[in-house]
Design a protein around this ligand. Structure first.
Ligand code: ZN
Ligand code: ZN
Length: 277
């Protein structure tokens, strides 16, 4: 198919007909998310967060933090998520260790825990990642997201994750990056690659579905070959809508990947944290 990458304002077209349905293969992921969101509606996760006063300028707020959790509640959550995900041995997992490893993106620790409960690393990592969400969302609220407004980096100012989407929000069409782990949103100018900080507009482009140009597109960078999906929104998306939108626009990921753009394999900024119960 004759594709060409446009620069901002002269975007190449994508074929129309982007599907707006969640592939049934992703339903288990939504089921896990719903368990986490139900859990996060409880105030039990309004944990005591002790942040480190001194940290590097480029470190997210949670770097060096100590987060306190209700150990019994966390254990029940990990067990329930393991059941939904079909991960055996969820009973034997130390919830504090699993949540810490997920937030610190400690792949080695996650792999060791997965092996101990005879689960695949991917399945276990998803359980740990979703189990960390109620704590991360509570911590993000505690840490005053308004402090994120001065943040000019591509990864989340609270937890260091890469954005799952960019929102082009409101009549001002402000670009707000959204974290799919803790729900934080923060601004980054349109002509600023979230992954490598490229600012040269000649290197930054976009791919847009025909007929849908105003609503969604893929932002691309020729310097790092990264891509980020961008959606037009009126107000900030809830985390569930954010995840749903991410899943229903997988055809955009496929087009970007077909063009050899990729999401970075390395984490944005992996914060060292302590989880205590
Ligand atoms: Zn985050
Ligand atoms: Zn880049």
């Amino acid at each position: 198919m004759p594709w060409s990458t446009g620069t901002v304002g002269t975007s190449a077209g994508l074929p129309g007909g982007i599907e707006a349905q969640v592939d049934p293969a992703w339903q288990p992921w939504l089921d896990l998310l719903d368990v986490a969101l139900e859990e996060s509606s409880s105030r039990a996760w309004d944990s005591v967060v002790t942040v480190r006063a001194e940290r590097p300028d480029d470190a997210p707020m949670l770097h060096g933090a100590v987060l306190r959790i209700d150990g019994q509640r966390a254990k029940r959550l990990v067990r329930r998520l393991s059941d939904v995900a079909g991960v055996r041995g969820g009973n034997d997992v130390d919830p504090s260790a699993a949540i810490r490893a997920a937030i610190s993106r400690d792949d080695r620790a996650l792999a060791e825990m997965a092996e101990r409960c005879d689960a695949s690393i991917d399945a276990f990592a998803i359980v740990a990642q979703v189990a960390a969400m109620p704590l991360l969302m509570a911590a993000a609220l505690t840490l005053e997201p308004s402090a994120a407004s001065a943040w000019q980096r591509g990864y989340c100012p609270v937890c260091g994750a890469w954005p799952s989407l960019a929102e082009v929000r409101g009549i001002e069409r402000e670009r707000r990056l959204r974290c799919g782990c803790c729900s934080t949103d923060w601004p980054l100018p349109l002509l600023h690659c979230a992954f490598c900080d490229e600012l040269d507009h000649g290197k930054l482009g976009s791919l847009q579905p025909e007929g849908d140009e105003q609503l969604r597109r893929v932002e691309t960078c020729e310097t790092c070959h990264g891509y980020l999906k961008a959606m037009t929104t009126y107000t900030a998306l809830s985390i569930r809508t954010l995840v749903l939108l991410d899943l229903t626009t997988i055809p955009l990921d496929l087009v970007a990947q077909d063009r050899r753009y990729a999401r970075p394999a390395r984490p944005g900024w992996a914060p060292a944290i302590e989880v205590a119960s």
